[in-house]
Design a protein around this ligand. Structure first.
Ligand code: ADP
Ligand code: TMP
Length: 254
């Protein structure tokens, strides 16, 4: 459905888009392409699925499509609630146009329920409530295993300013409120999630993605895991579970 610099979406609306040029970066799950507009990139969601900082990698058919759609819905919802995001528009099943950001090499994690690394680190039982929700920074470096860091590190090592630190905390906690509510309405618990931020023209935007690859989501009644822990732990039905979350929060995957 693409011709020239125009793309006709499902509703027949013609969108103006920048022309895809060359590959800029290939991450573990997504690829970024430059466009004819230097301020915009095209983000391609691949089927590659990675866990444990790239130590376990598999292609799961359909993941790119479900995550691209999922992310578009979440970013549009966050924008409608006043969070500035890099998302511009979905332009194909596996591609979206985004603002090109200077990313901070930082992962911002909020946890509502204990799971994953915090259980190991602090000896917590999986599933206990964390009240109030807690916040953690990680340094984005696969070779180092994405170590947990504190806000002084961000400042001392030049990864961001004190203002960046404050903005990232406020925005991630705001996203937690907005998304916990959205998920709860579908009888889903947002256990934890990771966000990444970047700047364009001095303005901080939410970048990267918010999909079941970067969060934990459980069914509220059964506490069944529906996120990437199914892949990490070899539980099966990974894509089916991502699709279940999507359809329960009202995302049309057709
Ligand atoms: P990983 O870095 O974990 O291997 P991905 O495969 O998801 O991950 O790659 C996406 C890359 O693109 C990440 O390095 C991420 O920080 C970066 N990124 C995300 N959004 C933007 C953006 N708007 N502008 C520039 N880079 C971005
Ligand atoms: P953790 O329990 O492994 O620290 O992860 C916390 C949340 O952040 C979980 O939802 C997975 C997500 N996350 C990523 O998406 N990528 C990462 O590199 C890390 C460290 C966490």
């Amino acid at each position: 459905n693409c011709s020239g610099n125009h793309f006709t979406n499902k509703s027949g609306v013609i969108l103006d888009m920048s022309e895809k040029k060359e590959i800029l970066t290939t991450g573990k799950a997504k690829s970024l392409y430059t466009t004819s507009d230097p301020s915009k990139l095209i983000m391609e969601y691949r089927d590659d699925t990675s866990a444990f900082d790239g130590k376990k990698i598999e292609k799961l058919a359909g993941k790119g499509t479900v995550n691209n759609r999922f992310n578009a819905f979440i970013m549009e919802h966050l924008e409608s609630e006043g969070v500035k995001t890099h998302f511009i528009s979905q332009i194909s099943d596996i591609e979206s146009e985004v603002k090109k950001l200077e990313m901070l090499p930082i992962e911002c994690v909020v946890r509502n329920i204990a799971a994953g690394s915090i259980c190991k680190r602090l000896g917590l039982e999986e599933g206990i409530d964390i009240e109030p929700p807690t916040f953690e920074f990680f340094y984005k470096d696969d070779d180092l295993g994405d170590p947990m860091i504190n806000e002084y590190h961000i400042n001392s090592f030049g990864w961001g300013t004190e203002k960046d630190v404050e903005e990232m905390k406020i925005l991630t906690l705001k996203v937690n409120k907005i998304l916990s509510k959205l998920f709860l309405q579908a009888d889903l618990i947002l256990v934890d999630f990771k966000l990444e931020f970047g700047r364009q023209d001095g303005v901080m935007y939410l970048g990267d993605e918010m999909t079941p690859d970067g969060c934990r989501v459980w069914d509220k009644e059964t506490r069944k895991k529906l996120d990437k822990d199914r892949f990490r732990q070899g539980l099966g039905d990974v894509i089916e579970s991502y699709q279940e979350i999507a359809s329960r929060i009202g995302i049309d995957l057709e």
